[in-house]
Design a protein around this ligand. Structure first.
Ligand code: MV4
Length: 501
């Protein structure tokens, strides 16, 4: 057993704070790192010690693995938690951490390498009978051969970069005529984006759901799954709303996908927390896509329905402890939703909106959890991800979780910047979302900025605008905005919120 006594969190924002909190509960000493842009950040204040590692740009600070390891040596740190993003999926960094005699809270560099490359991931899971999307499981460079396979599989097809992932480096091809050109573009893109031109082809699954399974493995060969997260509500590969459990999985399908996810983890001797991503088609066939070898942004919904603290489990496993439960011990209780609150203007093509949080008051009350890294008066830095907070609600069932989310969105007071809160309210009230019958095309199919609550201060103008919007929507045979779409009435803060910045 390797005892961790002092943990460095190699990250910033809400996830740094999230990890520090669990470390504190476990009685660990904590170290934060920060960039010059984050001097006043909450994670810096929360940790026992904090060290500035460089200028604002990530490549000069949060990505400086060498400096971070140096800080560990100076401060007597014995483990590094990478959070998500930044160095979390960098196998070379994990190797250097181990070489320095430190514990990397995450999987082995080997597992990260295997799953970091989509084709090597497919190769690795081959022996386990995991369903894959029809296509090739090897890199393909011969255009004629690729065309032949594409016509066998049937159009439309997707060309994907092996080094890609999360939607990067994908191209849709709808007919043989455009195949050659698209393939050349895909290869060129892959070379310039990843320095690796390997591409493969897959049948394009139209209108899929994105269902991912949380897994947890220890160093003794035990692997369990912690059920699924439904992540189909995305905008340009950026997740907007996640939930657990999914409303489409039957207990049988859940158990089957869970078994497959555990096998994917087994295929790379996975240790720690990881996520196995599947596509689910309209016939409820599922296909393994990729594995994310980190703690994910949306892990709180899994924590809410399982009662576990995933960060604590990660740390215990990293110390060499066996998992304290088996698959049979795990059950789903209730329903959880997560809305990502971004500093983006949904009325203006989701343009990032930086500035000062003039007002920032979090929602509270039963079934509400806010994971964030900001306080009123703080600036949102331009250098990093524009996510301000994760608003998580929990209820006895999906209906209660939705009701609590709508109530929490209404309680949330943010002025000074535009946020995606009104967008979240729109999605949560939409009949397709409420019914549970939606896929990854939800936003494309159902959202235009006209759906949003008008940003005007005069209640009368707001009402007129809402009625006009509803009329326009009816004409287009699209869903009508809910008639109780909030207009600028009620308390002063609400008027402020709707007002100009
Ligand atoms: C696909 C697909 C359809 N067919 N693969 C996008 C993210 C990356 N992990 C894989 N992605 C997709 N792969 C085949 N063969 C559709 C997507 C996709 C998608 C997947 C999950 C959630 C949102 C998405 C949005 C667009 C495309």
């Amino acid at each position: 057993m390797k005892k961790i006594t002092k943990l460095l969190v190699a990250n910033r924002g809400e996830i740094a704070l999230r990890v520090l909190r669990s470390a504190k509960e476990m009685g660990l000493q904590t170290v934060a790192i920060y960039s010059e842009a984050d001097r006043n950040a909450l994670h810096v204040r929360y940790a026992d010690e904090a060290v500035c590692v460089g200028p604002p740009a990530s490549k000069d600070s949060y990505l400086r693995g060498d400096k971070i390891i140096e800080v560990c040596k100076q401060l007597g740190v014995d483990a590094i938690h990478p959070g998500y993003g930044f160095l979390s999926e960098n196998a070379e960094f994990a190797r250097l951490v181990a070489k320095a005699g430190l514990i990397f809270v995450g999987p082995s560099p080997e597992a990260m390498n295997v799953m970091g490359d989509k084709l090597s991931a497919k190769q690795a899971v081959k022996a386990y009978n995991i369903p894959l999307v029809p296509g090739t499981d090897e890199a393909i460079s011969d255009v004629e051969e690729a065309k032949r396979i594409a016509s066998e599989v049937g159009f439309p097809i997707l060309i994907k970069a092996s080094a890609g992932g999360g939607g990067k480096g994908m191209r849709i091809v709808t007919s043989a005529a455009e195949f050659e050109e698209q393939m050349q573009l895909a290869i060129n893109e892959a070379v310039s984006a990843f320095g690796d031109g390997a591409v493969f082809i897959e049948k394009f699954v139209t209108g899929p759901r994105h269902i991912e399974i949380q897994v947890l493995g220890d160093e003794h060969g035990n692997i369990v799954h912690l059920f699924e997260r439904e992540c189909s509500i995305q905008r340009r590969h950026q997740k907007v709303i996640e939930e657990a459990p999914s409303s489409v999985l039957t207990p049988e399908l859940r158990a089957e996908m869970g078994r497959c996810a555990v096998d994917v983890a087994r295929a790379c001797n996975y240790t720690g927390a990881g996520t196995v991503e599947f596509l689910l088609d309209d016939q409820h066939n599922f296909y393994f896509l990729e594995m994310n070898t980190r703690l994910q942004v949306e892990h709180p919904v899994t924590e809410q329905i399982t009662g576990l603290d995933l960060v604590k489990e990660q740390i215990r496993v990293a110390e060499g402890h066996p998992l304290p439960f088996s698959q049979e011990d795990l059950t789903i209780t209730g329903h959880a939703l997560e809305l990502r609150v971004y500093a983006e203007d949904p009325a203006n093509n989701f343009l990032p909106d930086i500035g000062t949080l003039t007002t920032y008051v979090r929602p509270q009350g039963p079934g509400v959890r806010v994971d964030d890294g900001f306080e009123q008066g703080m600036d949102i830095p331009i250098y990093y991800d524009p996510m301000i907070a994760k608003l998580v609600t929990f209820g006895k069932d999906r209906t209660e979780a939705i009701e609590r989310m709508l109530r929490a969105i209404d309680e949330y007071q943010i002025t000074g910047i535009e946020t995606t809160l009104p967008f979240g309210r729109y999605v949560l009230q939409h009949p397709a979302f409420v019914s549970g019958n939606f896929d990854t095309n939800f936003i494309r199919d159902h959202f235009t900025p006209a759906n949003l609550t008008p940003a005007v201060t005069d209640p009368n103008i707001a009402k007129v605008a809402a009625v006009l919007t509803a009329m326009l929507m009816t004409e287009k045979k699209a869903p009508v905005v809910a008639s109780d779409a909030p207009v600028a009435t009620g308390s002063a803060w609400k008027r402020n919120r709707l007002g100009t910045r």
